[in-house]
Ligand binder design. Sequence first.
Ligand SMILES: Cc1ncc(COP(=O)(O)O)c(C=O)c1O
Length: 392
Amino acid sequence: MASTFDVAKARERFPALKQDQVFLDNAGGSQALGDVIDSITQYLSKTNVQLGASYHTGQISNTKYEEGYQAAAKYMNAGRDEIVLGGSTTQLFMNLAGALQFNEGDEIILSKMEHETNVKPWLFMAERLKLKVKWWVSEKPELKLTPENLKPLLSPKVKFVACTHVSNILGTIHDVRAIADAVHEAGALLCVDGVSFAPHRAVDVKAFGVDFYAFSWYKVYGPHISVLYASASAQHHVKPLPHYFNPTKTLEDKLGFAASNYECTQSIPQITSYLTPILPAIAAHEGKLQAIILDFLNARDDITVHGSTSSDPAVRVPTISFTVKGMGSKKLVEEAEKISNFGFRWGHFYSKRLCDEVLGLEPEAVARVSMVHYNTEEEIRGLVEVLKKVLS
Ligand SMILES: Cc1ncc(COP(=O)(O)O)c(C=O)c1O
């Protein structure tokens, strides 16, 4: 049962929120928890030594790093051996794309609703292994990836499918469990980009039934580090890439490349212990935030919301993108900045195929307001007033 969410209490945990700035580009990057900042300072001040040593401080560092890995794995319901931490989701997908093994002539399916992070690595893989690429699109107005619009593309030749859990433009939540079931029925593997989902809802890779899943902690109230999950069975398709004398048992062994920054890794328990108790209550709060702005946007004839117009938190997360007839997205943001302290953005946000080819937008693409649990209803009501002025 979801408890009531106390936004004022949550905000106290984020030092950045004490400034005169309303943060509404959270899908770009969230603010960091004070406990994360403190733990990184502590780590660098006292225990910043090379891992693996047996002397006293070395042992403390080893333990802290391992606790970071354990917390990340537990948080996403993965085994310790099934995750690897690294610099970014893009980097981790590139590492995976360089290590996955398929046969020449096999097929892969990529969606056009993606941040380029979940496309480019697989195009690189297709070139490397001589695979055929098939494109998966859900046109307007649905703009939703489903087993139904995937199934016509599936065949015994398809070995790998990649899609997003939530688009960083549209905000609509895709049913990855249903998609994973369809992909597995066809005998392929599913890789999901969870970057825009993870800041808002619990990640449970076993319940999702995915083979690969990644997200970035810098959008989940932590530092700039990301995590990739690969199920134990999917790892059979991963060729280990470590130095020849190192172990090859875990995903970290196979794809780690010593790239999980120590001070960031060891701060992960601070994020998970903050989020785990409040996650069940976040959705309802976010539902209220998105209802405020969507009620305003949906009521105007000159505005198009791209993605679901529903404010139901079961349908979408509060990443809201829109265009205005007669006003470019860049101008809209600039005019709002002139009269307010609301920080939101315009552009394609690296989902360029979606903006150009599926939504058919101008190069300035959308204005995007992306909220998270620490935003308040008062802030969003204030934003609506600013938008009214800019559009008057
Ligand atoms: C949906 C989505 N996927 C992937 C990425 C890329 O993540 P990273 O910067 O960790 O590579 C982003 C970043 O904005 C994103 O929004």
